[in-house]
Design a protein around this ligand. Structure first.
Ligand code: HMG
Length: 445
């Protein structure tokens, strides 16, 4: 069977930075370590005055097309995953295609365009759609462009304010990909949940603590469902496990849960039993509450074992390198986690071709999905092209007063003018509103 997967990836971070320890914590009267150690976040990315989900997505896609030497004729499908859309009818993909058409001679008139919505998991769902389209043989040899773009803003004062972020990931999906091949096997954990939602409002209504429990419950279900088709997973199966990363502290919780599940009834559990005992089994407890308490105690002990620490440091920690500097990018979040892991492998000169990644995506509302990816021969060359480290470094560092203005600038209920903090160069910018209240853009050389 032909391999289908991600051939290339490009990342565009919002050009402004809010430092959580230096700038946010003092204003909130909080210990900076609540953010840097507790949540595991150092900074958030924000869009400059001339940026939004369209410019970030179009800029990532443009760079990807230029680097791969593509023209619009090579692309048969453009799917945008976002939960920050500003139009209930016209999809963001049409705006992004319009931007790209302004810099190419050809057009995307024969490309299928759409917009995917299911909170943060929509980015992975768009990958699925592209994969299925190519596998079904409907692509006429063309590639699919998937763009995950979000401005993850919370209302001022919401506990989620510390986890904000903004950026876009563009991915090219093809046959015989250079970066990773996607597995046919997938597992889902999906339930009607009211933990994080935006009922016709820009900023989310969030039940933060519950959202974390829902994330873990759906992820466990997805892992069980994945194993029902792919067979039992073992910690050694995966070189890296990129999870959806609203903040690294959430991934710490998901990782220990996944590890406990994967080592059950294996020699690893047996070897650890001398120190921390065997995992609690539900049948040994009178009720669910007592069992869950025993599990929590066991996981606390498991977290501090050398076996777990070594697995975590090698398999999970590298996936957090970008997220901890940029915050939650919603639909793009799991895709920057994958990129971070591959970038770390390149920095450490590891040979990854043929090894597997276990990818855990999640969206509130709520659904988790797990699939595997096999790293392709061309991964190193692809990942060496990323300039995300330079982008992160070059961001303008906001004062708290400037952050407040930027938040207002991107608040749909306020229309304030704001001078940009960075000078646009070789990028698409937001220019205002047109005759029918559509958003307008241009390319600045
Ligand atoms: P909070 O209540 O302000 O924070 O908000 P906290 O008091 O729970 O502290 C956070 C952590 O820092 C805790 O760690 C504290 O112990 C620790 P934990 O006990 O959980 O391991 N801490 C400290 N550590 C060291 N030194 C200190 C210190 N102080 C505290 N001095 C909350 C936290 C996550 C609720 C908030 O940020 C929030 O509401 N976020 C938004 C919702 C969210 O991100 N949920 C995650 C799961 S849902 C999801 O991922 C989907 C999502 O991406 C949306 C989508 O799908 O579209 C959000």
């Amino acid at each position: 069977m032909t391999a289908v997967g991600i051939d290339a990836i490009e990342i565009w971070t919002g050009k402004l930075k809010l430092d959580l320890a230096e700038t946010f914590a003092p204003e909130k009267g909080e210990d900076p370590e609540k953010y840097t150690k507790g949540l595991g976040l150092h900074a958030s990315s924000f869009p400059d005055a001339h940026e939004d989900i369209v410019t970030m997505g179009a800029n990532a896609a443009h760079r990807l097309m230029e680097r791969k030497g593509l023209t619009p004729d090579d692309v048969g499908r453009i799917d945008v995953a976002t939960e920050s859309a500003f139009d209930n009818s016209k999809p963001v993909s049409t705006y992004i295609a319009g931007c790209l058409e302004s810099v190419y001679d050809e057009d995307f008139h024969h490309a299928n365009k759409g917009e995917r919505k299911f909170a943060c998991i929509a980015g992975t769902q768009s990958l699925d759609d592209a994969y299925n389209w190519i596998k079904a043989g409907r692509h006429r040899g063309r590639a699919a462009l998937v763009v995950a773009t979000d401005t993850a803003l919370y209302a001022r004062g919401d506990p989620g304010e510390a986890t904000q972020g903004a950026g876009a990931v563009a991915m090219l999906i093809t046959e015989e990909p250079s970066l990773v091949e996607l597995s046919t096997e997938q597992g889902y954990g999906s339930a009607d949940e009211t933990d994080f939602l935006k009922p016709n409002q820009q900023f989310p209504s969030v039940d933060g603590k519950r959202s974390m429990q829902v994330y873990l419950a759906r992820m466990r279900e997805a892992l069980e469902d994945y194993e029902s088709v792919a067979g039992a997973s073992h910690p050694d199966d995966f070189a890296y496990v990129p999870f959806h990363t609203p903040f690294p502290g959430m991934v710490r919780k998901a990782a220990v849960l996944a590890y406990r599940h994967m080592i059950r009834d294996t020699p690893i559990e047996e070897a650890l039993a001398d120190d921390i005992g065997f995992q609690p089994r539900e049948d040994d407890y009178e009720d669910r509450e007592a069992y869950e308490e025993a599990i929590r105690d066991h996981m606390d002990e498991l977290k501090s074992t050398d076996a777990y620490r070594e697995w975590y440091d090698a398999t999970i920690e590298p996936t957090l390198d970008i997220s901890r500097e940029v915050g939650n990018w919603y639909t793009g979040s799991v895709h920057i986690a994958r990129a971070a892991a591959l970038r770390r492998a390149a920095d450490e000169d590891l040979e990854l071709a043929g090894q597997r990644l276990g990818v855990g995506s999640y969206g509130s509302g709520a659904q988790a999905e797990i699939h595997a990816e096999t790293v392709a021969d061309g991964w190193r060359e692809e990942i060496d092209q990323l300039n995300v480290a330079e982008q992160i470094e070059d961001r303008y560092d906001l004062s708290f007063a400037e952050y407040e203005k930027v938040h207002d600038r991107h608040n749909h209920d306020k229309s304030i003018e704001l001078e940009e903090f960075t000078v646009p160069e070789a990028e698409f910018v937001f220019t205002g509103r047109g005759r029918m209240n559509e958003r307008t853009y241009e390319y600045v050389e």
